[in-house]
Design a protein around this ligand. Structure first.
Ligand code: SF4
Ligand code: SF4
Length: 235
């Protein structure tokens, strides 16, 4: 219904499924029927996605957004004709960029996993409504996307500090924390969307959740070493 509903993950999924180009059509800017102006959200998302595409070596011209009304059939046909010619000229996805299918699929999968994190970090910009097109040119920069991927945050539970209070596992929105009574809690890095809730929720007297920026995450404690033996139970 609204171009604002087109999520970054949808575009990445289309490319991951082998689409050579993605076109998004939205209502004319400033002519939204609602207060939400979702077409600005779509525009911001596309600008962000184009920078991400550049970062992984994909030609950003494979993604295009245009704004038009339902009555502009001829304009729509012209835009689509130009776009499809452009995509034909670029050839199959990855070919003109020199990226192999499997390599591209794995890069897109990595980024897709980071979509909730990217949206959380860039939330303000993604919801912005700027006054002129020049400002849009500078909304996202290549350096910004480089550092976003270079400094990706991960969360890790320090097994020496975890007291198995279970607060973090109850609050995790995606059930990424394995634990239980008297069990050292572990974050499943594959499931974690990096929301930081566990970091905020772990009581300061334990301070067991660590924030790691850009570095590797230590391996999880082996299953058989996760039981916490309380001092009173040792006697
Ligand atoms: S950062 Fe968020 S998603 Fe990841 S383990 Fe912590 S609460 Fe769960
Ligand atoms: S909130 Fe902190 S102490 Fe409690 S289970 Fe989670 S990591 Fe361990």
């Amino acid at each position: 219904m609204c171009s604002g509903r087109v999520d970054l993950a949808f575009v990445l999924r289309a490319f991951s499924n082998g689409m050579d180009g993605v076109f998004i059509g939205g209502c004319r800017l400033n002519e939204c029927n609602y207060v939400t102006h979702g077409n600005y959200h779509a525009l911001n998302m596309v600008l962000l996605c184009r920078k991400i595409m550049e970062n992984i070596g994909l030609n950003p011209d494979r993604l295009r957004i245009e704004f038009m009304s339902a009555g502009e059939g001829i304009h729509f046909a012209e835009v689509m004709s130009v776009f499809s010619n452009k995509i034909k000229q670029l050839g199959p996805l990855g070919k003109s960029e020199g990226i192999g299918r499997e390599e591209l699929k794995s890069k897109l999968a990595e980024i897709t996993k980071l979509v909730p994190y990217i949206k959380m970090l860039k939330n303000e910009k993604l919801a912005s409504r700027l006054d002129n097109i020049q400002e849009y040119d500078r909304l996202f920069t290549g350096e910004e996307i480089d550092s976003l991927f270079r400094e990706v945050i991960s969360y890790y539970i320090d097994p020496e500090k975890c007291q198995a209070c279970m607060i973090c596992s109850k609050k995790c929105p995606v059930e990424a924390i394995e634990g239980g009574k008297n069990r050292i809690h572990i974050i499943d890095q594959e499931k974690c969307i990096k929301c930081g809730t566990c970091f905020e929720a772990c009581p300061p007297r334990f301070g067991a959740v660590m924030k790691i920026s850009g570095g590797p995450v230590p391996p999880p404690v082996p299953e058989e070493k996760r039981t916490i033996v309380r001092k009173s139970k040792e006697k």
